[in-house]
Structures are given as structure tokens and as C-alpha cells.
Design a binder for this molecule. Sequence first.
Ligand code: MN3
Length: 204
Amino acid sequence: MPYELPPLPYDYDALEPTIDEQTMRIHHGKHHQAYVDNLNKAIAGTEFDGHPIESLLGGLLDTVPEDKQAAVRNNGGGHANHSLFWQIMKPGGGGEPTGDLAAAINDLWGDTDSLKTAMNDGGVKRFGSGWTWLVWDGTGLSLYSTPNQDSPLMQDDVPLLGIDVWEHAYYLSYQNRRPDYLSAWWNVVNWDEVGKRFDEARAS
Ligand code: MN3
């Protein structure tokens, strides 16, 4: 069973003006599609065909044959990261987290704005391409950034919220102004989805 590009849960222009329609079309239809296609190519005919992407990147990556490991890491990571990314954004997003997630964030960072500042800082400082993450590390919330398409799943953490800081995610509207993109991105965050993932991660 090959991996498939998940449909975008809203229209390509739904996140404007924060993220422009053309960026969304290329990002989802070309970049994400390419990760899916190249992942399928890498594992076609191997025993790893058909594993849920979470287990492929979590426990199994080290056992993938060496000549396929980089392709699975990069394209499998790209597939997992973007599948999450589309879900944790929504038109008319933003605002504040609620419930247990809000309490956990306030415990660690004091308030949501401080969390945003810390995450954006991780994104700005990530040299080259990568992601800045809020994760569940098994005992609590944690923040870090990863290079390329590396996923928190690769270190057995559960990604709750990740912001793509590859230039393809923002360059058409923001050019070299990555900090402006990161500040604006929070206008489309889907806190309900992040909160749902937090509750699921803690319960498992
Ligand atoms: Mn991307």
C-alpha cells in the first residue's frame, strides 16, 4: 500500500493573507507530492512497504538498508512533517490554546506569547532549511528545531506543532524575511488540533 498525499483540509487560498495561494499550491501539490513519490520509490518492494509513517520513522529507520536510509529519512520525514503541518493550520486560526495544553504551556513558559517567541527564535536560528517544533517528549512539553526534514518521531518524541522554515514555505510572500513569516504564521495556527494531539500523546 503506497503512501498517499493527504488532501488539504481547506482551499489553497484559505490561509491568505498569511500564506498566499500560490505558495500553498506549490508546497502541497509539488513539494509534499514529491516527498510521497520519492518515499514510495525508496521502499517499493521492501519489507518497509505499508508501515505507518510514525513507526517507519520511529523504531524502524535504523533497520532500513543503508543505501535507502537517507531517502527514507528525508522523504519520509517530509511526508510526516507536512501531513502534520496542514492539520495544525486553519483559516481563521490564531488566538490562544485552551484547556490542559494552555495550562502546560503556562507552567513552562508563563504565557502563549513567550512560547511563540521561543519557537520563532528556534526557527530564525535554524541555519538553512528545517523546522521549529513543540513536542511531547514522553514526560512533558519541549521545544527544539530540526534540520532538513528530520522529524521529532526520529527521537521518539511526538510532534504537536511544527513550523516549516524552508524557504519554499514563505519565500513568495516574505522573501528573506523569515522572522516576519514566523510572526505572521500564528494567525493561522489551529490550537484545537494541537490540543487534541497533546491530549492523545499524554494518554498513550
Ligand atoms: Mn515544506
